[in-house]
Design a protein around this ligand. Structure first.
Ligand code: FAD
Length: 308
């Protein structure tokens, strides 16, 4: 991995830096570019705008690594409230939710996270929509796939996420390419050791295409999460080669990243879903986005300077 990217990602877990960044002048503008706001109402407003533009959304309540049962409970209630609001605003047909199991208590107890995820799935079913389980760092992959399998026994539409930077992912993609399976394929956003993850961008891209082929060869519903222009063009060719019609797969991109490309693909008839994060705990998410664009490093250097 690019050493600069590793350095920025290490900052995601640094509490002193988090406080410094929050206090840095200009932070608000950068946060607002990538995060829809702090409240459920802000998230619903952002979803409505995107849907008006012909896009679909998946909403993510920011917050991860909860070691606290009460915090996990608050996360569940936020999601159920959000799903109720999407229904009452008539937005649920084009919106779903993305959930991090670590925000539901996975680090405390997998069973607690499973039970909490079940409550969100019940609310999604009432709303007539779906849930996708975000994938976090490699130490949680097996646990997340176990919870996914358990949830799919009741709700086969629960979506998985696979990360092409992990060496194991091609096998996971083959295993998840069946039936009703909804699988989001992304490159992966965490700092991972070489033992588990490909190091070079080229290897990660090649793995992405191999995993996409596995998903397209099956009869599930692939969700291609990338902003990479080269991969988007390869995926266009691969979907045609596998005889997939538009609507038999989708593209996904992040709120605030390549918005013109999101609209261009939608105008060409593609299903494009925007991942819309909201909530007070935006720091870890923002750092991962900045790590993808080291051009934004100046922002971090200002924050560091303001500590001294
Ligand atoms: C919908 C969605 C859901 C995701 N869910 C997960 C998940 O559950 N787990 C996980 O580990 N990761 C997740 N990710 C993040 C993903 O793993 C990557 O870290 C992220 O998408 C960047 O990879 P990329 O494929 O866009 O390619 P990159 O190689 O990072 O970027 C390719 C090009 O896209 C543009 N671009 C990319 N990022 C930015 C940016 N921040 N600002 C401006 N331009 C940019 C640039 O032109 C860049 O050259 C998700 C991503 C998306 C889009």
């Amino acid at each position: 991995m690019n050493p600069l990217r590793s350095l920025i990602l290490a900052a995601a877990g640094n509490d002193a830096l988090r406080r410094a960044v929050a206090a840095t002048p200009g932070t608000r503008g950068i946060v607002e570019r990538f995060v829809a706001g702090e409240t459920v109402a802000d998230a619903v407003t952002a979803a409505a705008r995107l849907i008006d533009d012909g896009l679909y959304v998946t909403l993510d309540h920011l917050g991860e690594d909860t070691w606290n049962v009460a915090q996990a409970e608050y996360t569940v209630r936020t999601y159920t409230d959000l799903l109720d609001r999407l229904t009452s605003e008539g937005l649920s047909a084009r919106s779903e939710v993305s959930v991090k199991l670590s925000a539901l208590g996975q680090l405390l107890d997998e069973k607690l996270a499973l039970d909490n995820a079940r409550r969100i799935c019940e609310a999604a079913q009432r709303a007539g929509t779906t849930v996708t389980l975000d994938m976090e760092d490699h130490r949680t992959t097996d646990s997340t796939l176990r919870v996914l399998a358990e949830l799919r026994r009741t709700w086969p539409w629960v979506g998985a996420v696979l990360q092409s930077y992990l060496r194991r992912t091609e096998a996971d993609a083959a295993a998840l390419a069946d039936g009703d399976s909804r699988v989001r394929l992304c490159k992966g956003a965490y700092a991972e050791p070489e033992e588990f993850a490909f190091r070079s961008a080229h290897e990660v891209d090649l793995s992405y295409v191999r995993c996409a082929n596995r998903l397209l060869a099956g009869d599930g519903y692939p969700m291609f999460a990338t902003h990479d222009p080269r991969l988007i063009s390869v995926l266009g060719e691969r979907t045609r080669w596998y005889g997939r019609k538009q609507g038999g797969y989708e593209f996904q991109m992040l709120f605030g990243v390549r918005p013109a490309e999101q609209r261009r693909l939608a105008a060409e008839g593609e299903t494009v879903r925007v991942y819309v994060p909201f909530g007070e705990h935006w720091y870890g998410y923002l750092v991962r986005r900045l790590a993808e664009r080291p051009a934004n490093l100046a922002f971090f250097l200002r924050a560091l300077a303001s500590r001294s």
